[in-house]
Write a protein that binds this ligand. Structure first.
Ligand code: ZN
Length: 456
């Protein structure tokens, strides 16, 4: 029978009962063919990870889905690896442990940290972030902000470890390592180790494969809930039972709003959102064939991170499939952040649930090259300054390259700061208030950041 006919017959079958227990689910590994990708998307199967080097994709299926797949075995050529679907190693952190660890750090390093409850989840759990900088209680406008966050998805237990390691590394090496001291003193570094606190609580208490937040008994995928490109390209689901359920509307979830308010306030130059698993560095956009206007910068930095960590770089749609309503699309489009998703770990590390003793340290150490590159790059080629103006209207900066091509329009932040990451070269900046030109200035960007403050 032709595959199309099989699929047509199967689509007439009733929707599966979604009351399975975690023990009923099976991990299935497919070759990454277009037919497999189309099938996984059409059936909204829980795709857990990819291995681009081997050309494989893994998915979690329930018993009904497995039965259906068995009838398609000849087409899809999948295997059921002898991987135990183990639960989380109890060494990994839950929301209470994260809070305790952050409070410990804040108490030990009061001159270098500011611990902040950024907001609350749906079930009223605090969402914490720690700022690491000199003069941490003050916003120093000369210093770029960077954000590192973990765990949009509840089962990705390695991701708070990677984020906490950033804080641990910076604070514990501040006194002994001149490079670390320079990073801390010349940047405002925010670490939010665990964003999806409710989902993680549910992961520990009910379902080791829980991914979404705690909305109802189904959950919303927080990384399909952001308003930019929400429901734009078949990269999420409208079905509550789906693992990529996007919610009833853009930013319908309180957690999404917490992140959006926080990013609007701190205006990071760079962000990394840590996910697992697949060993990827992802950059915007999530929808085929969209690329960022500043891809020459965004993608080259992403590729360099990938090279340093031996992770594969790309957009979501290049590496596997469309993803709409993700945080990096919103951060780039609305907040001018240069944002990345890093998918840590691989299937052979245990997927979502790697053995702690075997993989925790290896993973966080391997990831240091990524976030450290961004700290270096914040001081590297680009231009930063503060614009003070008595003019009414929004301040914008047009950036043109040496050939006169306009490569970016930058909206000056509400506090007057701006920071444009550039590749080395000659540029012309045109400062505008709405349509009236305030000043035009040429700059020669070499390997260090140019400082350019303006008053109009
Ligand atoms: Zn994820």
């Amino acid at each position: 029978m032709k595959l199309a006919i099989v699929l047509a017959l199967l689509s007439a079958l009733p929707v599966f009962a979604h009351t399975e227990t975690p023990q009923d689910r099976v991990l299935v590994r497919f070759p990454t063919t277009e037919a497999v990708k189309a099938y996984l998307r059409e059936k909204e199967i829980d795709v857990t990870g990819v291995d681009l080097k081997k050309g494989e994709v893994e998915a979690l299926v329930n018993q009904d889905q497995l039965l259906e797949l068995q009838t398609l075995k000849a087409h899809f050529n999948f295997v059921i690896p002898q991987t135990m679907l183990r639960g989380p190693d109890p060494e990994y952190m839950n929301p209470a442990k994260i809070e305790a660890r952050l409070q410990e750090l804040a108490a030990k390093y009061p001159d270098l940290t500011q611990l902040r409850k950024v907001g609350e989840s749906l079930e009223k759990r605090p969402i914490w972030a720690i700022k690491i900088s000199d003069n941490p209680s003050v916003r120093e406008t000369s210093e770029p902000t960077l954000l590192f966050n973990g765990m949009h998805h509840a089962r990705e237990v390695m991701t708070p470890e990677v984020a906490m390691d950033i804080a641990d590394y910076l604070l514990s090496n501040y006194n002994s390592d001149a490079k670390v001291r320079a990073w801390v003193e010349s940047n405002e570094i925010w670490v939010m180790p665990m964003f999806n606190v409710d989902g993680n609580n549910r992961m520990w208490s009910q379902d080791s494969m829980w991914r979404k937040n705690a909305r109802g008994n189904f959950g919303v995928d927080l990384n399909r809930n952001y308003p930019s490109n929400w429901n734009a390209c078949n990269g999420s689901s409208g079905s509550t039972w789906s693992q990529t359920y996007r919610g009833t509307g853009p930013a319908s979830e309180p957690e999404t709003n917490v992140m959006m308010n926080f990013v609007s306030e701190i205006r990071p130059v760079f962000n990394i959102s840590y996910h697992s698993y697949s060993e990827l560095v992802l950059y915007p956009f999530g929808c085929r064939p969209m690329r960022t206007q500043t891809a020459a910068v965004v993608e080259s930095i992403g590729k360099e991170m990938g090279r340093l960590m031996n992770y594969t770089p790309g957009t979501p749609w290049e590496t596997l499939y469309n993803a709409d309503g993700g945080d990096i699309d919103w951060m780039y489009m609305e907040m001018q952040v240069i944002p990345y998703v890093i998918e840590v770990n691989a299937s052979e590390h245990g997927g979502f649930h790697p053995d702690y003793a075997q993989w925790r340290d290896k993973t966080v150490v391997r990831n240091r090259a990524g976030w450290q590159l961004l700290l270096d790059r914040a001081a590297g080629p680009g231009v930063r300054g503060v614009v003070s103006s008595s003019k009414t209207g929004k301040l914008e900066i047009d950036i043109a390259d040496a050939s006169g091509n306009k490569i970016q329009i930058y909206k000056v932040n509400p506090d007057g700061t701006y920071h444009i990451i550039l590749n080395p070269g000659k540029y012309t900046l045109t400062f505008r208030s709405e349509r009236s030109v305030l000043e035009t200035q040429s700059i020669d960007v070499k390997d260090r950041r140019v400082t350019l403050n303006k008053s109009f």
